[in-house]
Design a protein around this ligand. Structure first.
Ligand SMILES: NC(=O)c1ccc[n+]([C@@H]2O[C@H](COP(=O)([O-])OP(=O)(O)OC[C@H]3O[C@@H](n4cnc5c(N)ncnc54)[C@H](OP(=O)(O)O)[C@@H]3O)[C@@H](O)[C@H]2O)c1
Length: 216
């Protein structure tokens, strides 16, 4: 089980500080790391409070990631930071990224993979109701369930990354592989996300769309 001390108000800084031995000397591969993203905040938090050996940042536009690389180097010059091109909508790009990573002896062991790349569910919404881009971040970062604002909606980016860090670093979870976490604790996923049958169906549909088998 995860530490009961961790909750919705815990920050990423708290988790990394409490898990220094799980960060030290390890190699992290993180997707979704453009400037101001949760992946970028995660990478910077690892470098700020821990001593990872290497952080590999995978993304599609290098110019959006260069500021994050620069910040990590500023925060902790001992951390080696690498960029790998990755466009997740292009299977050929995914394979090329995997080949590149596997071909570098120094990347032999990826200790932690954190998949943050994704499309924010709210990206279309502010446009529809006429918000300007600069008005988005608080909503994007704070609103997990708009317009039902509650405590979650006051979360900062440092808090939003925390459950991902718990999943990556908490040794108490080793016996709970595949568990669903919410606010740092093991939780019950929504009905539609439960069940071996649904998982197998999703896997099969994915194989069909990708026109490739992914044996487990
Ligand atoms: N922020 C929140 O409050 C919140 C809450 C719950 C869940 N989430 C989810 O957590 C994830 C990350 O959130 P975020 O706030 O960090 O979002 P974000 O700021 O929009 O960042 C998303 C990241 O994913 C990358 N990405 C998107 N499409 C990609 C593709 N096809 N190939 C490669 N990279 C791609 C983006 O790269 P580009 O810069 O190249 O587009 C960016 O680095 C999202 O899936 C979001 O829905 C966020």
């Amino acid at each position: 089980m995860t530490s009961k001390a961790f909750s919705w108000s815990t920050t990423g800084d708290d988790i990394v500080q409490a898990s220094a031995d799980r960060v030290k000397g390890r190699t992290f591969l993180i997707t979704g790391v453009s400037k101001n993203s949760l992946g970028a905040e995660t990478a910077m938090t690892l470098a700020r409070h821990g001593s990872p050996a290497q952080i590999i940042l995978a993304g599609r536009f290098r110019y959006r990631i260069d500021p994050v690389i620069a910040k990590i180097k500023e925060l902790n010059p001992d951390v080696k930071v690498f960029f790998v091109p990755l466009e997740l909508t292009e299977p050929s790009s995914i394979r090329a990224a995997a080949r590149q990573i596997l071909s570098y002896p120094k990347f032999k062991n990826i200790d932690v993979l954190m998949n943050y790349a994704g499309i924010g569910a709210f990206i279309w919404f502010p446009c529809l109701i006429g918000w300007r881009r600069e008005e988005w971040p608080d909503l994007q970062l704070g609103a997990n369930h708009f317009p039902d604002f509650d405590n979650k909606d006051t979360k900062t980016k440092r808090q939003l990354i925390v459950t991902g860090l718990v999943a990556a670093l908490d040794p108490g979870l080793e016996a709970h592989s595949g568990a669903y976490l919410s606010d740092c604790q093991i939780a019950v996923p929504a009905e539609h996300a439960r069940g071996k049958d649904r998982a197998e169906r999703l896997w099969k549909i994915t194989e069909e769309i990708a026109a490739q088998e992914f044996p487990i």
